[in-house]
Design a protein around this ligand. Structure first.
Ligand code: UDX
Length: 443
């Protein structure tokens, strides 16, 4: 099939590459000329394992190309995917101006029947708006469909080529037939539904996953007070198929480009129809508070943070990405700096992006984890990068001024911790922390 993908951000680029990989002819469009040039030279602007290799091999096979000429891409394609950004407005609402701009461009250039598919995460009703905009400009035949994207950063290629399901929302039999054929090589689980339900499935899925994370984080806070181990609690819960084992890892809360934005947007969508989504508002608040558990534990261990040197391992919102959008590390480092601490930060690949987000004077950017930890009064683990998991904790404790570790991701096992000299605080595992005595006293 001939496909145009408009927008070469995370979703657009990965979708375009994967559609070409399964044998389609794909043109990806972006209005950023420098980015298009970079892509045409075989370079990927994001860090995503496996993406570059797949992109280059499909370009060499003649199935994938990049352009900033939207008219040319539209005229050569039967299916047009809209995959531009929908960033949050200050109110939390999704900013739809990019989607609307693309709809206007499509309306201006369409010359024969097309299927217009929205991949961007958009509020319920947006695809109807896309239809309205196009038909206000053009009388050519077209159908619209919502096919939301569920890929995760760091495993985007794998997720796109092996999705749990593909949701196809449209009221057109012709579009259903074509989109089924396009997606059939990826999965048998094709959910065919109306446009508004498809739009809602994406928000409801992300909100539910965010809810699981905030739920287990609250359980972890209670575990710390009653002397239970949240990792065992999550394991015991996860065997129940109705609950499921995934997304029950307690930590410092979710970040990234999707959960924070989509939860806020769904609260807004509900508000527009006079519905107060109380549960989701709490999920967001719990997530915000959870970041500061790291600070509370530091204060518990050190007292005042003024003048203290704090090492930070991990700046990305999760491992295997250089993305720092809404990363918990941003709020935590800002707070440490405001409290008068001196920060020594290290991340394997996200430092450059992080430096653009945070402007604090009292921070140094270190070359490796041990250099960051050397001479520190305490160390905080904020991202569970694999390279941190194998560090010798005994050696680590020796090079620190005070061997205090706040492990925000429960990266280390009881054996590793107990073999070391570390004063270790984790998340919801009080048996391994200095809070143990307190928990016993409360009970
Ligand atoms: C998410 C969704 O998973 C994906 O379906 C959607 O398309 C985009 O948003 P992503 O943001 O790439 O993907 O990351 P994900 O792996 O889902 O993690 C999100 C955040 O939740 C991370 O900050 C992670 O550290 C946190 N998380 C995840 C937890 O704290 N505990 C968990 O058990 C799982």
């Amino acid at each position: 099939m001939n496909i145009a993908v408009i927008g070469t951000g995370y979703v657009g680029l990965v979708s375009g590459v994967c559609f070409s990989e399964i044998g389609n002819q794909v043109i990806c469009v972006d209005n950023n000329g420098a980015k298009v040039e970079m892509l045409n030279e075989g370079n990927v602007p994001i860090y995503e394992p496996g993406l570059k290799e797949l992109m280059v091999s499909n370009m060499q096979a003649g199935r994938l190309s990049f352009t900033s000429n939207i008219a040319e891409a539209i005229s050569q394609s039967d299916i047009i995917f809209i995959a531009v950004g929908t960033p949050s407005l200050p109110s939390g609402e999704a900013n739809l101006s990019y989607v609307e701009q693309v709809a206007i461009e499509i309306g201006s250039h369409i010359e024969s029947y097309k299927i217009i598919v929205t991949k961007s995460t958009v509020p319920v009703g947006t695809n109807d708006r896309v239809r309205e905009l196009i038909s206000s400009i053009s009388s050519q035949p077209f159908d619209v469909a919502s096919v939301p994207e569920f890929l995760r950063e760091g495993s985007a290629v794998k997720d796109t080529l092996n999705p749990d399901r593909i949701v196809i929302g449209t009221n057109s039999d012709r579009a259903i037939k074509t989109l089924k054929k396009l997606h059939r090589p990826l999965t048998e689980n094709l959910i065919i539904t109306d446009i508004r339900s498809a739009e809602m499935i994406k928000y409801a899925s992300n909100a539910f996953l965010a809810t699981k994370i905030s739920f287990i984080n609250e359980i972890s806070n209670i575990c710390e007070k009653v002397g239970a181990d949240v990792t065992r609690v999550a394991e015991g819960m996860g065997y129940d198929k109705r609950i499921g084992a995934s997304f029950l890892k307690a930590g410092i809360g979710y970040g990234g480009s999707c959960f924070p934005k989509d939860t806020q947007a769904l609260i807004q969508i509900a508000g527009m129809v006079d519905y107060d989504f109380r549960l989701l508002k709490s999920v967001v608040q719990v997530n915000q508070d959870q970041r500061f558990q790291v600070i509370h534990k530091l204060e518990e261990a050190l007292g005042s943070l003024k003048g203290k040197t704090i090492a930070v391992w991990g700046l990305a919102f999760k491992p295997d990405t250089d993305d720092v959008r809404d990363a918990p590390a941003i709020d935590i480092i800002q707070h440490l700096s405001d409290a008068g601490a001196v920060i020594k930060a290290y991340d394997p690949i996200a430092t450059a992006n992080f430096r653009k987000e945070v402007d604090v004077a009292s921070i140094s950017w270190e070359e490796n984890p041990l250099q960051a930890a050397e001479g520190a009064d305490a160390l905080c683990v904020l991202t569970e990068w694999k390279e941190f998991a194998h560090i010798d904790l005994t050696e680590l404790a020796e090079i620190m001024k005070d061997p205090i570790m706040i492990d925000g991701r429960n990266l280390y096992s009881a054996e590793q911790v107990q073999a070391s000299n570390l004063q270790y605080y984790s998340v919801g595992r009080p048996g391994l922390t200095k809070l143990e005595g307190k928990a016993a006293a409360i009970i």
